[in-house]
Design a protein around this ligand. Structure first.
Ligand code: FAD
Length: 339
């Protein structure tokens, strides 16, 4: 395996900027390269970590195994039918660059998901979502490599079992499937999705009555730049906790005690609570524990203030989870993958 690297530094390959090394590291651009790994008994004996943009990952130790870094690129329009245009992108494509490509090529739909870091290949894993839109709405098929059999298989959107920050790739197919490409189904009858109040207000404040897809994308980009820290400036993995979902009874009980509670009704009668609000109420916004901290504008984002280890971030995260549980009786779960 000529490109195989040993003791490879991962600091520049995770947005938290955590210093860790991989025992072995390989860039993967094609299915043939995945097959070559499968045919190599020494490599197959190692535990594997698939890496995209490293933007949803907390490295808590060196990787005592093989990092497969998905860097294969390529985008193609696959045709259309009465209702949709179909576009396929390879796993290593940068997500935001892909969204901009679709807009520039007359295939709107993904604009609300602009500026989410990471790769196309990782986008189905947690069903990325933002500003009233989520990936599940646009996936036609996901093509993946099965290390157990060496086969390529394809799942349609239903088989991906998408849910809030969740999919089959976090369950039955965890550590089994390597996503090679994603085929998107983009609506020909495009309508702006302005369900998210802040986005609608931003567009309205610009005096735009009928926004174009690019104008929606630009507004999302501007809002995200105002609200979220740029990993190039300060290490982070975006929202560190998922918004917890509770029963209507639990939400009513909390609302009685905390009238300012931020919650959103769900289709099944449950409520999603704003994890950032819960953390903020516990006084964590802007605070630090060692070199790990809570962002001063967004309590949901944990940051590396410089030289933090993954263990530092975990200690902070666990302390926050304990505080929120004690105060509200609600258990927060981390969004990034802890490795
Ligand atoms: C500033 C910031 C803002 C963010 N905002 C959002 C947001 O608004 N909405 C949102 O949903 N997320 C958000 N995120 C999280 C992150 O951008 C997404 O989860 C993204 O999809 C991760 O992509 P990645 O390529 O970086 O994945 P990585 O971090 O490299 O990997 C994440 C997980 O997916 C697995 N994986 C990666 N690629 C593959 C593949 N090809 N096949 C199989 N498994 C794979 C990895 O093994 C790992 O378990 C944000 C992150 C940051 C840093």
């Amino acid at each position: 395996m000529p490109d195989l690297r040993h003791d490879y530094p991962l600091r520049a390959l995770n947005t938290f900027g955590i210093a860790a090394h991989a025992k072995a590291y390989l860039q993967v651009r094609s299915v043939a390269e995945l097959r070559a790994v499968r045919d190599d008994p020494a490599l197959m004996a190692l535990p594997r970590l698939v890496l995209g943009g490293g933007s949803n990952l907390l490295l808590t130790r060196d990787v005592d195994g093989l990092v497969l870094h998905m860097t294969g690129t390529g985008i193609q329009i696959d045709g259309e039918d009465e209702h949709y245009r179909y576009v396929t992108a390879q796993a290593g494509e940068n997500w935001h660059a892909f969204v901009q490509w679709t807009l520039a090529n007359g295939c709107p739909g993904l604009e609300n998901l602009s500026l989410i870091p990471g790769t196309v290949g990782a986008s189905p894993i947690q069903n990325i979502g933002a500003y009233g839109s989520e990936l599940a709405d646009f996936v036609d098929a996901v093509t993946a490599f099965d290390f157990a059999t060496g086969d390529i298989f394809t799942l349609d959107g239903t088989a991906c079992r998408f849910a809030y920050r969740d999919s089959v790739f976090k369950h039955e197919l965890k550590d089994k499937a390597v996503i090679c490409s994603v085929r998107f189904r983009l609506p020909k009858q495009w309508q702006p999705n302005l369900r998210y109040a802040e986005l609608a207000a931003d567009i309205a404040s610009q005096g735009i009555a009928q926004p174009t897809p690019q104008q929606v994308s630009d507004a999302v980009i501007a809002i995200r730049r105002r609200k979220l820290p740029d990993p190039a400036q300060i290490g982070n993995a975006g929202s560190f906790f998922k918004n917890p979902v509770v029963s209507a009874a639990k939400r009513d009980e909390l609302l009685a005690q905390h009238p300012a509670l931020v919650s959103y009704p769900q289709a099944d009668g449950s409520y999603k609570l704003a994890a950032g609000w819960l953390i903020d109420q516990c006084g964590w916004k802007g605070k630090s524990l060692g070199a790990a901290g809570v962002h001063d504008r967004q309590a949901l984002v944990l940051v590396n203030r410089g030289g933090a280890t993954g263990a530092d971030v975990l200690v902070l995260a666990r302390t926050i989870v304990d505080d929120v549980r004690q105060r509200f009786g609600v258990t927060l779960e981390p969004e990034p993958v802890v490795a």
